[in-house]
Design a protein. Structure first.
Length: 418
């Protein structure tokens, strides 16, 4: 069956309403081809090919699409924070994977090559051009799934389609995976990821291995510490500060997420070199609240929610609306952060900690290496990891490093257990 492009009309920072006619036109002008053709040179999505137009200068002659992994353009963000492409490349994979199930054009055991596209969370919309795909999911009336506006993250788009069509998505039948994206988190002929990346890293050991590059920073699988069942606390861009398999010192890096935005909400870190809040993320996009803040009512089997189309900044409750924002627990000032700082890692005195820019003041009162998880959570990349004994505000020299380590470990385990 022909595989139509679900997320390829050109789009980057233009307002949603101004782009709606273009999205509709592109969906109706020949995107129902077997392979997406003509990835543009700037990584902002497919902008040329059959029924769309000639290639931009320097982008070749308009031949067939490159194989998976052949056409990704990793964007740049020289002065973060930056908005991420809403449809198109936000990064590129750095490892290959093997498919576990058949999905669309890929069969079980096929290879997803290094250099495949990493997209943000959104799909571009469903029209009659996607009838064959929607029918392939098991929807007897594809028109029930039509959405000419697009701008829903892949998870809520999948749940909406399942609800309207009365089917289960995702699901596995034999060797076939049915879903808007496959089991590894991507789809279409010019393969691009929206989520999961499960075939690119192993759920084992400690910190997940690297799966891609997002501008100048790495993206890793979802685990901060698999052996201890620990997921990282991330900022609105989808990143945090901490060690990685390639770096023993704290660096800014992204993690795959199980919920929207799945990949990235923006390109961080903040202008001050710290974590990105939800509000700071939203300020990067004219699409956030471009409908006056009312949002769109979207109904799934879980109920009806207000949703801000093409706004990739999600709060702690999973909402991307601009009202009643619940800040992410990685950010200073949130109840979760304050509990972790005060109970798990020890209370800083005011002169030690500047919550506005995420920096420690006094190099002699820094976190010990065993408290590096606190630095991970709050972005203390420039702190010297020494000297702070969790819970007592005293140095290891006065209590002993062994006791410092034991206290931190006990409190970490207590918090992990709820």
């Amino acid at each position: 069956l022909p595989i139509s492009c679900l997320c390829c009309p050109a789009r980057h920072l233009a307002p949603q309403k101004a782009m709606a006619p273009l999205r509709t036109a592109l969906l109706g002008l020949g995107l129902g081809v077997n392979l997406v053709q003509g990835q543009d040179c700037s990584g902002q999505g497919v902008t040329w090919g059959p029924g769309i137009g000639p290639p931009p200068d320097g982008c070749g002659s308009g031949g067939p699409a490159p194989p998976p992994g052949g056409g990704c353009a990793n964007p740049t963000c020289s002065s973060p924070p930056c908005a991420a492409a809403l449809l198109g490349d936000v990064g590129c994979t750095t490892v290959a994977g093997t498919t576990a199930y058949k999905h669309e054009l890929l069969n079980k055991g096929d290879t997803i090559a290094i250099g495949s596209h990493i997209y943000g969370p959104f799909e571009a919309g469903f029209t009659s051009m996607q009838d064959s795909i929607i029918s392939g999911w098991g929807c007897s009336d594809p028109s029930k799934a039509y959405d000419t506006e697009g701008g829903k993250d892949i998870g809520i788009a999948e749940r909406t389609t399942a609800y309207k069509c009365g089917i289960q998505l995702p699901r596995i039948e034999g060797d076939t995976y049915y879903g808007v994206v496959g089991a590894c988190g991507g789809h279409t002929g010019d393969y691009h990821f929206h989520r999961s990346f499960s075939c690119l890293y192993a759920a084992s050991g400690g910190h997940s291995t690297k799966v891609g590059d997002i501008a100048q920073y790495g993206m890793y699988g979802k685990w901060e510490d698999y052996a201890n069942d620990k997921l990282p606390l991330l900022d609105a861009c989808g990143a945090h500060f901490g060690p990685t398999p390639e770096s023993s010192t704290s660096v800014y890096h992204y993690h795959v997420q199980d919920s929207a935005p799945y990949t990235v909400g923006c390109h961080g870190p903040s202008a001050s070199g710290g974590l990105m809040s939800v509000a700071a993320c939203r300020a990067l996009y004219s699409e956030c609240d471009d409908d006056g803040g009312s949002g769109t009512s979207i109904t799934t089997a879980d109920g009806t929610v207000a949703y801000d189309r093409f706004c990739p900044c999600f709060d702690a409750s999973g909402s991307n609306m601009g009202t009643n924002i619940q800040e992410l627990p990685a950010l200073p000032g949130t109840p979760s952060f304050e509990f972790r700082r005060n109970f798990l890692y020890g209370r800083h005195e005011q002169h030690d900690w500047d919550p506005d820019n995420g920096k420690c003041f006094d190099a002699d009162r820094m976190w010990s290496e065993h408290g590096s998880a606190c630095a991970d959570a709050v972005g203390v990349s420039q702190c010297q990891l020494r000297g702070w004994q969790g819970g007592r505000g005293t140095h290891p020299a006065s209590l002993g490093m062994k006791r410092s380590y034991r206290t931190w470990t006990e409190r970490r385990n207590y918090l992990s257990s709820g």
